[in-house]
Design a protein around this ligand. Structure first.
Ligand code: HEM
Length: 414
């Protein structure tokens, strides 16, 4: 299998599941080629993904464990450079990783998240109230008007990002996951974004508040966690991005699944499945984070019947693991909230598992239940094949979700 031609990843993410299925068909651990011609490995079989996520020999630190990066061999045409150059827990290994993770993880425990419920409900209701002003039958983009602003507002509030700085900072984060950017555009975005965040951190230093950014600055000033300036910027980059992008996709992918399958919607409406079960099936069949860079074995690692040599980059196919026929049978690709086993790894596993699981579930369940209660006639405003992908192979979502909230008012004839 190691002699086969690597699958060349499509930067547009036009057919995420098709591509991941083709990769998995070559074996649970397969060679792929990244944009910019960089060779890597993709782990897509459920068992191998779980094994890799729990194996401490897979580091996420490119500085220490990706020799080609350390030797400056990647070249300027490598467009995923922002995924390498971030300075936060997702590019750290061992004790550096636990140090950076500990600084924010306490803020997202189930108990702390439960305390956020009133705010999540309030933001949801405000956004729905705005949507109610839409003339009957007019199409609106549910992603731009609801699924994105809800988690964005919640995470920006938590980190104390001022209203006026939000559009620019959030736009930078969207571009961060866009794998269709040219290397120059990607580099310009990283630079601009770093500047915006640095300015924001400097403003916070001058006038701190009761927010998590001020908490990070306090921890730095008190000498806890040996936090550098670059790590504060990197941590904000991470937290504002992951706090928004995948939650928006969980909401939109669930709405899309229900509005394109009347039987699934009926299961929900008639009480055969709960919102929690529907969301779980979305996480399995439409994992919001699809194909995530990077891990680097610190020594040669045997996994899924192949040996990944030390220092070669690895991507994890979260969206493929949930659809592995070895776990979910021949209909693994089918969205079915009634299926008993919805096992997935879409929040990760092991030391790098998601910190925001409770917050994501709270936001998505609140959003979905309130949305469908408020607009029982919700329908797609375009045919499903007109929905366009987001323009990334890293995330699994659409660039927009046009819906009609209410049926058009029938115009009387004659
Ligand atoms: C449906 C929504 C979400 C999904 C599907 C998701 C998925 C994931 C996955 C797959 C990972 C593991 C990455 C890896 O192993 O390489 C991860 C890590 C992480 N997630 Fe989430 N996430 C979601 C929402 C959130 C939210 C709302 C937050 C904000 C608090 C968050 C914060 C994080 C952080 C900080 C990490 C890095 C953990 C580490 O490196 O130790 N996530 N997430």
């Amino acid at each position: 299998m190691e002699d086969r031609c690597p699958v060349v990843l499509d930067p547009t993410g036009d057919d995420i599941h098709g591509e991941l299925g083709r990769i998995r068909a070559q074996g649970p651990v397969t060679r792929v080629e990244l944009p910019g011609g960089v060779l890597a490995w993709s782990i897509t079989g459920y068992e191998s993904v779980r094994e890799a996520l729990s194996d401490r020999r897979f580091s996420k630190d490119p500085r220490k464990h990706w020799p080609a990066y350390a030797a400056d061999e990647l070249g300027p045409e490598f467009p995923l450079i922002s995924w390498v150059e971030m300075d936060n827990m997702t590019t750290a290994h061992g004790s550096d990783h636990s140090r950076l993770r500990r600084l924010v993880s306490q803020a997202f425990t189930p108990r702390r998240v439960e305390a956020m419920r009133p705010r999540v409900v309030e933001v949801t209701k405000q956004l729905l109230h705005e949507l109610e002003k839409t003339p009957p039958g007019e199409a609106v983009d549910l992603k731009a008007r609801f699924a994105h602003p809800l988690p964005a507002q919640v995470i920006c509030d938590l980190f104390g990002v001022p209203e006026e700085a939000r559009p620019r900072i959030l736009r930078g984060l969207e571009l961060d996951v866009d794998t269709t950017l040219t290397p120059e555009e990607a580099a310009a975005n990283v630079e601009q974004w770093q500047r915006d965040i640095q300015e924001f951190v400097e403003a916070k230093r001058r006038s701190p508040g009761d927010d998590l950014t001020s908490g990070l600055i306090d921890a730095q000033e008190a000498g806890h966690g040996r936090l550098t300036d670059s790590e504060i910027v990197g941590t904000l980059n991470l937290m504002l991005g992951v706090g928004t992008e995948p939650v928006q996709n969980l909401i939109c992918n669930t709405v899309r699944a229900l509005l394109t399958d009347a039987e699934q919607l009926a299961h929900l409406r008639e009480g055969r499945v709960s919102w929690a079960e529907v969301m779980e099936e979305t996480l399995r069949a439409e994992a919001p984070v699809a194909h995530l860079p990077f891990r680097f074995p610190v020594e040669d690692v045997e996994i899924g019947g192949v040996t990944i040599p030390r220092g070669e980059p690895v991507l994890i196919g979260f969206a493929a693991a949930g659809r592995d026929p070895a776990v979910h049978g021949e209909d693994a690709d089918r969205f079915d909230a009634l299926r008993a086993d919805k096992e997935h790894l879409s929040f990760g596993y092991g030391v790098y598992r998601c910190i925001g699981t409770s917050l994501a579930r709270l936001e998505a369940e609140t959003a979905l239940s309130e949305l469908f209660a408020r607009f029982p006639d919700l329908s797609l405003a375009v045919s499903p094949d007109e929905l366009r992908p987001q323009g990334t192979f890293i995330m699994n979502g659409n660039d927009a979700l046009p819906v009609r909230l209410t049926a058009a008012v029938a115009t009387s004839v004659g």
